[in-house]
Write a protein that binds this ligand. Structure first.
Ligand SMILES: C[S@@+](CC[C@H](N)C(=O)[O-])C[C@H]1O[C@@H](n2cnc3c(N)ncnc32)[C@H](O)[C@@H]1O
Length: 251
């Protein structure tokens, strides 16, 4: 995982800024009951999404282990909440004390054991009827775009990548073991996250974890296909990310 204390200064500008955060918050708000009074945004980062989840009569608590990210989140939450340094697997919260727990762009970053612990911890902190809302299938979204790049990368990733820690089916299974039942799915556009073919070819060659152990001839073939596309510098469609809601004790 990246060192988010080092990422903090550039995080917002390199992750789609307020356009991405606004779309993400709208997806959460689509699933969140309007009367939610206490929401814990776990892995709040710079608070760019958390800030947009505040509302009159609602306290938003941002939790994150990276002090530099929290330093940016604190002023954003202002009167609508506060931040606490902490970990998704050990929330500094009483059992059954909150109405909602959100994980925005966390579960894809951590291993499967941590995903299971984080979901169990969310269920512990939630009151009966409370909601857990999380991004799922995050990395898949970049490859599932409706574009010529997507047509090359979608099957390549399915062929070469290991199962994702935030795979929606797996998250559903883990949630069920702690009494969290599916309660809706929403999507949001990752503004500014679509990339041009030339950049994708570079990433496939140098950056992407699922091509690192692959047959070099297969990787070269994927890169050649990307580099043969027209509009090498033209950004393709932004990905659409998924957000899943779960209710504690729901039907
Ligand atoms: C990709 S950022 C997402 C930030 C924010 N939710 C957003 O959507 O902009 C991932 C965040 O997860 C935090 N993080 C990493 N491991 C964590 C853990 N075990 N528990 C809670 N947060 C964690 C990082 O410090 C970082 O701020």
């Amino acid at each position: 995982m990246l060192d988010y204390d080092l990422e903090a200064a550039h995080y917002d500008e390199t992750r789609g800024g307020v356009a991405r955060a606004g779309a993400a918050a709208d997806a959460v708000l689509e699933l969140l009951p309007a009367d939610c009074a206490v929401l814990v945004d776990v892995a709040c980062g710079t608070g760019i999404v958390s800030e947009l989840l505040t509302a009159p009569g609602r306290t938003v608590i941002g939790v994150d282990p990276a002090a530099a990210m929290l330093a940016l989140a604190q002023p954003r939450l202002g009167g609508g909440g506060h931040v606490v340094r902490g970990d998704a697997t050990q929330l500094p919260l009483a059992t059954g004390s909150v109405d909602a727990v959100t994980f925005m762009w966390l579960l894809h970053l951590v291993d499967e054991a941590l995903v299971a612990s984080a979901i169990a911890e969310a269920a512990r902190a939630l009151r009966p009827g409370g909601m857990m809302i999380t991004t799922v299938d995050k990395n898949a979204a970049q490859y599932e775009t409706d574009s010529d790049v997507g047509e090359i990368l979608r099957p390549a990733r399915r062929e070469l990548a290991p199962p994702a820690s935030d795979d929606v089916e797996r998250v559903r299974e883990l949630a069920a073991t702690v009494g969290l039942k599916p309660a809706g799915l929403a999507g949001y556009v990752g503004h500014g996250q679509g990339r041009p073919p030339r950049e994708w070819a570079r990433r496939v060659r140098e950056d992407i974890t699922w091509t690192r152990g692959a047959d070099p001839a297969r990787v070269a073939e994927i890169c050649r296909a990307l580099e043969a596309l027209p509009g090498q510098e033209v950004r393709r469609a932004d990905p659409v990310y998924k957000v899943a809601g779960f209710r504690l004790g729901g039907k």
